[in-house]
Design a protein around this ligand. Structure first.
Ligand code: URA
Length: 433
């Protein structure tokens, strides 16, 4: 078999066989092809698409190019969740302790901040002492004894995805539904859980800008997971504005702890919805029973105590979970005030995420350090009525170098118009099972 035959077939919109897909993926993992051969294939897939069968094979072959994590030593049902990425999207930090306190084993490998979006691993490292790079044995031990562990994803998961992703980034082939679905699902299948819940975001602060594309991606990923023998669910949720109040690591830890303390807000709504869907799959129970269990885990503080237990087991200072004033603080802060009167009609999450990056709260290069204590705390949401001089948000910073630029960018990101009402985006648009 030679790659040119496969390129010819894909260019002519013909289906690749399982053997051909396996040949391509393994060749990529072993660096057997030239960059121009791989990019030609990616572009042909991006333009001509793939059938569900082709995408499923692509995903399974990509998963097999790295370690397939074995969670069989852990008793009980193991679950994992994944968000396609957004702004102030801190559901993992709330969902993992809630479910672990209800007996679902949460073995979760997470990523760092990428582009304009935040990363769970950076957020956890804002908790003084928390180690995200513990050994695989300690990871398994923590899940078995405490019920949960969140660590950073190791480099040897889905090796082909790493190479393909880097190539997609520079060939304008990131935005292809079969390529996104296989990239996400190859890593999830390799992570070994029995249940996979996907939180697929749409809107200005998300990868998928429309509900239609988010629905297409969700259905495809659920199909791939089911074909691989997993229990699957995808929640399609809005990222038309930041989910929580804080944008930046320490502020997002605070938001998650507030959910565990019973806060009622959009972050709590999406987090609880994820917990309910996973519990239904894990325990074979109905929606009402699952909802009652989730509410009880919060009201009796068992989820909050579980979070503290998780933090302690990974070397973190668990006292922070009960006293948020112990979180590291930025050196300075400044309020951004409204210059016009009206109603907040639009909040561009991507611009806010990039502003947080400019303050040092995100990465421009993979090797950049992240300042956990800097970021933006929002005081408005879509629909908030404001007068001139009202605080829209507070910027937390250490160095005033980029603060003026960030202020201007925030004022452009928050659109205030002279209208009485705006249509609030529906938070949870659809659930795909
Ligand atoms: N996240 C991934 O892991 N891969 C993609 O292609 C897009 C988002």
């Amino acid at each position: 078999m030679v790659i040119q035959e496969l390129l010819d077939k894909k260019r002519l919109k013909k289906e690749l066989t399982d053997n051909e897909i396996s040949f391509f993926v393994n060749g990529v993992a072993k660096d057997e092809f030239k960059d121009y051969e791989v990019s030609a294939m990616l572009m042909a897939i991006a333009i001509n698409g793939m059938t569900d069968r082709e995408t499923t094979t692509l995903t399974l072959e990509m998963a097999k190019t790295g370690e397939m994590v074995d969670l069989s030593k852990i008793d009980g049902v193991k679950a994992d969740k994944h968000s396609t990425g957004g702004i102030s999207d801190t559901t993992t930090l709330a969902v993992v302790p809630i479910l672990a306190s209800l007996g679902v084993k949460m073995a979760k490998m997470s990523g760092r901040s990428l582009g304009f979006t935040g990363g769970t691993v950076d957020k956890l490292e804002a908790i003084d002492g928390y180690k995200t790079d513990i050994s695989k044995d300690d990871f398994i031990k923590n899940v078995q004894t405490i019920g949960a562990s969140v660590i950073s994803q190791t480099d040897n998961i889905a090796v082909a995805d790493k190479k393909l992703y880097a190539m997609r980034d520079v060939t304008s082939t990131v935005q292809s539904i079969p390529l996104i679905a296989s990239s996400i699902m190859s890593k999830k299948l390799a992570s070994g859980a029995d249940i996979i819940l996907l939180d697929v975001k749409f809107g200005k602060g998300a990868f998928m800008k429309t509900k239609k594309d988010a629905t297409k991606l969700s259905k495809l990923m659920v199909t791939i997971g089911k074909n691989a023998g997993k229990k699957m669910c995808a929640i399609i949720s809005s990222m038309e504005e930041p989910l929580g109040k804080g944008i930046g690591c320490t502020m997002e830890v605070r938001d998650a702890v507030q959910v565990l303390n019973g806060a009622k807000n959009p972050l709590a709504t999406v987090s609880k919805c994820i917990c309910v869907e996973i519990l239904k799959l894990a325990k074979n129970i109905d929606n009402k029973t699952a909802t009652t269990l989730v509410e009880k885990a919060i009201s009796d503080k068992s989820a909050l105590n579980k979070f503290a237990e998780m933090v302690k087991a990974q070397g973190g200072n668990e006292k922070i979970i009960f006293d948020l004033s112990l979180l590291k603080q930025s050196k300075s802060k400044v309020d951004v005030k409204a210059k016009t009167q009206g109603t907040v009609c639009e909040i561009n999450g991507e611009m806010l995420g990039n502003s947080c990056k400019l303050l040092g709260g995100g990465r421009f290069k993979k090797t950049d350090p992240v300042l956990h204590e800097v970021g933006i705390d929002m005081e408005v949401r879509i629909g908030t009525k404001v007068n001139v001089g009202d605080t829209l948000c507070t910027i937390y910073y250490n160095d005033d170098k980029n603060v003026e630029e960030v202020k201007n960018s925030i004022l452009n990101a928050i659109k205030i118009k002279n209208v009485k009402h705006v249509k609030k985006p529906k938070l949870i648009y659809k659930i795909v099972r």
